[in-house]
Design a protein around this ligand. Structure first.
Ligand code: ZN
Length: 237
């Protein structure tokens, strides 16, 4: 990971899920000023957008020293991209494994698009660091979540913007139980409870039931992964 201890500000790619909320806390712990960016690309569920606001609000209220550091939030409309990238996340298709071994929730090139668009915002806002929750440890094997891909993007963006941009991925090599452990390390039981309650990960947008691990349908791949991670963490803790 790049040493960014002397850099002051960061832009966090923030979806309102467990991973990006943990990344937001990580950034607030580390940088003097933090801004967030989210993307609307035809997600089926406004719950994700609501979760973003809830998490930001709760973090600022419950951790005042973070609240002082938390700056603007930006939501960028990528509906045109969403129309191209149509998949189980963005259209009414079943969540299943495809012949190429990727789940139908794979949105082609999503992180490449997000990072490129976010870099324009980072450039305008004077951020040299962007933080994202990409992770190559867990089930999905999304090729645009691999650190090798992120390294290539970091080079491409730095060249194309003629300015050194660091892409920080604090979750890249840890699993979901270690992500809970990281949240606990950053903000104790209070942050764990905030993330459990306020974040949204479930593919179906179900928030009717609060499980031990958070809200969700309990059966989709995202819920299964989140539940397994919670179990692993609570058993280890
Ligand atoms: Zn679910």
């Amino acid at each position: 990971m790049t040493d960014t201890s002397n850099l002051e500000t960061a832009l966090v790619l923030f979806s309102g899920g467990q991973d990006s909320a943990t990344c937001l806390a990580w950034a607030l712990d580390r940088y003097a000023r933090v801004e967030t960016v989210g993307f609307e690309y035809g997600q089926r569920h406004g719950v994700e957008m609501q979760a973003r606001l809830d998490v930001r609000g709760s973090m600022a209220a419950q951790f005042p020293h973070w609240g002082e550091r938390l700056g603007e939030d930006y939501v960028i409309d990528l509906a045109g991209y969403g129309a191209i990238a149509e998949s189980a996340l963005t259209a009414d298709r079943a969540i299943e494994m495809q012949e190429n071994g990727l789940p139908s929730t794979f949105v082609p090139g999503r992180n490449l698009v997000f990072l490129t668009v976010a870099s324009a915002l980072a450039y305008r806002r004077g951020h040299d660091v962007m933080v994202g929750g990409m992770c190559e440890t867990d089930f999905s094997g999304y090729p645009d979540c691999r650190r090798e891909t992120i390294d290539a993007m970091q080079s491409a963006l730095s060249l194309g913007l003629d300015r050194k941009i660091a892409l920080e991925t604090p979750l890249m090599f840890i699993d979901k139980s270690e992500t809970w452990a990281l949240a606990h390390k950053l903000g104790g039981a209070e942050l764990v409870e905030l993330i459990r309650h306020d974040t949204h990960t479930c593919y179906t947008g179900d928030r009717s039931t609060l499980h031990a691990w958070g809200h969700g349908c309990g059966v989709c791949p995202a819920c299964e992964l989140r539940a397994r991670g919670w179990e692993g963490w609570t058993q280890a803790a």
